[in-house]
Design a protein. Sequence first.
Lengths: 536, 340
Amino acid sequence: MSRETDRRTFLTLAGSVAGTAALAGCSDGGTEPNDSGDGGTSTDAEESLPEPETRDDYLQRANLLLNQDAPWIYLNRQYSVYGKSTDVEWEARRDERIDGDAIEPLGSKSTVTITQSGLGTGLDPHDHRETTTDNIVLQAYEGLLTRDREGRVTKQLASSYERIEPGVVEFGLRSGVSFHTGDSMTKEDVAFSINRMVQDDVGITSPQADQLPGVTGAEVVDGNSAVRVNSDGINPIVFASFATYCDIVNKSWITSNERAYINTNMNGTGPFMLDTYEQDVEVVFTSYDDYYGDAPAADSLVIKGAPESSTRVNQLLTGETDIAVNVPPQSVSEVRNSEDTEISAVPSTRVLYNGMMYDREPFDSVEFRQAMNHAVDMESIIENVLSSFGAAISQPTVEGFFGYNGDVDPYEYDVERAEQLVEESGYAGAEITLHTPVGRYLQDLEIAQAVVGFLDDLSNVSASVKQRDFGSLANDLVDGDITTGPDFYLIGWGNATFDASQTIIPTLTSDGSLTSYEDDRVDELVEQAQSMGSQN
Amino acid sequence: MASFGRFLLRRTLQGALVVLGVITVLFVLRHVTPGSPVDFIAPLDANQETRRAIAEARGLNEPIYVQYVDYVLSLVQGEFGFAYRSSTAVRPRVFSKLPATLELAGAATIVAVVLSIPLGVLSATRRHEGPDYAATLFSLLGISTPNFWLGVMLVILFGVQFRIFPTSARPVGLIDAAGHLVTVSGGVGFPLDVAGFSDAFATWLRYITLPALTLGTYFTALITRLTRSGMLDQLGRSYVQAARAKGLPETRVRYHHVLRNTLIPIITVVGLQLGTLVGGAVITEQVFNWPGLGSLIIDAINARDWPLIQGSLVVVATGFVVVNIVVDALYARLNPQVMD
């Protein structure tokens, strides 16, 4: 509670600083919507600050500017909320993944069951892009690098990793690793796996190709048990990317089997091997006896899918499952009140925001965008709509990520200030419509309705919600035609690399595939950051 | 006889046209609904090259008429194509769901028949008395209770509260259970694994009870009403009076003659309803996480996985058409006048 008070006090201070900066921008750029379509005031806002030096500095500066320019209404960081049986010990991870070997069954129990929202699409580790499939694949397949529960990069199948020269990194390989079919893992397997992901002509066209951004290919190193990975440019986030994606597969097993077979069978190096796979029903794993590391605590692991959240919760309450993924806010107390179950919640890597197209009226005015941020009482939304499972955000990057700016705080809820900013923007009386998907993100429609409620409460703005089918909304946003998209929309962004650049580049730079914003200074800062190596 | 053959042929051709119509409507719908399947396969941040590559790999960049002709031709050859998201073949996936759906439809029908016919008979023979009102009230409740609500209530009551039945899923199928009666080498061998079979069958029964009750309730109400009015209609006929006058015991009149005659239209309705249940169990399957066609269709629709949607719906439509033709054929055999 006292922390809350501190934050409020600080917010007031931060708010007035931001306000001053915005006013400065206003007197320079004029209150008229400017012709260049550049809605930013960034150059003015950071005038007093020294030029950044490190990559971290550059990204932090970009986050600062993006807070001040308010290209989004900063909503919340989504939490992953799990229901868990007291028969197992397990701590939720930040990256929405469930590592079966970290689940410890208590007592005489030897089988652990997980119920998630679906069973994904198949078992090929490179032929999908969804968390549900990730959670299945990662039990049996492993990458060169991985992350601990907090998100720090650690070694998995790599014994070492280093930068050799700009754009080239080398992974030394762990010895004594074998695939479930018995074959030893070789450097050829590793190079093949990487190329299968990033090169169209190797195996399949992988939807994960852009998860290793900049990576062009891999080759084996003569003599040593090592693989070199080449990138286009310096690629500062190469290790962060490899810690998230790139499962190592057995080259001969992949090349000698049909695509459909690879999608219904598994041959990885992980602690669990596939026992039975019944598509859309359940996946059963047993522990792999020849695993190079510590054997998992559970002898067998079952993953089930149930799209209805009430079904997952009921399964948990009756002991039919041990871990239920995505417990909705309305079921939290039910799970807490039961003796045999508890809630395990952790901030995820996903942020929810309202994008505002920087080149459309009234969102081309920075004052107007800031007003939108001041108008929304995010703390109240988090408490009431999300049952406190969420955290207000101040910038595109979440806390704990590389490049997060700890000095920036969320916009203060201040209706008067918001109304005043709307007046200054010259767009008093604006009518805006928020497009939102329904059921795509946790409480997405409810959040959108609450946000619009706050905006509509402003005396000089009227706002409404438009519910959209996610597919058509996404299509409008990414079809490359900026004129077709909605100018005000709710969307979520997950970033599993734990690096600020992978949120800012796609969503807030001129070339981003999902961008709603264009500012030369932000582009420049991010470009600078991407030309520097970093340690994360 | 020749006319019956012609009738059957005509019916089959009509049925084929209906299925083709379904295929065409589905195909058109697919192209007028907003949102490209690529958006569901590719993540939001996928660049244009990745998108193009995904579209190309799935033939989504071909002109519409080419896609249509390709699709119809492959269906005619029994090929359902490949699901967009997982590149797995659609046909085995759809057919692997069929047993679960048929089991549920069958079980629901059994529940309905077992409950409704006695209720209907009771209601007709004790017309305007307590039992009749009770049965009428029950069927009214059954018709007006939404499936999803009843399902959720049954789960909360018998699954979560009393823990009598499991809340969801289908760990074994009837075919798996029957597998215990077949030796490992294939073929029926002795001694049969009866214990294994009855274990598996008991599990199956435990899991299917609540979904079958849920799905069967609406149906129960319908058949109760049908039985009641059918019985009343028959009871007023002169042959009943004749039978009574002849001195037949009332029970024999009711159950041997009247009920028999009443059953004919009921069997027709049950047959047709079975077709509806195959496609109509969607909500019940969702609530109980029953891995049948309904769950598959919902999943496929959410993912805009059109080959999967089309495949499932074509199977459902074909099933419906086949049931209709069979019912028509049976009718035609019983009453040749309908052939005209």
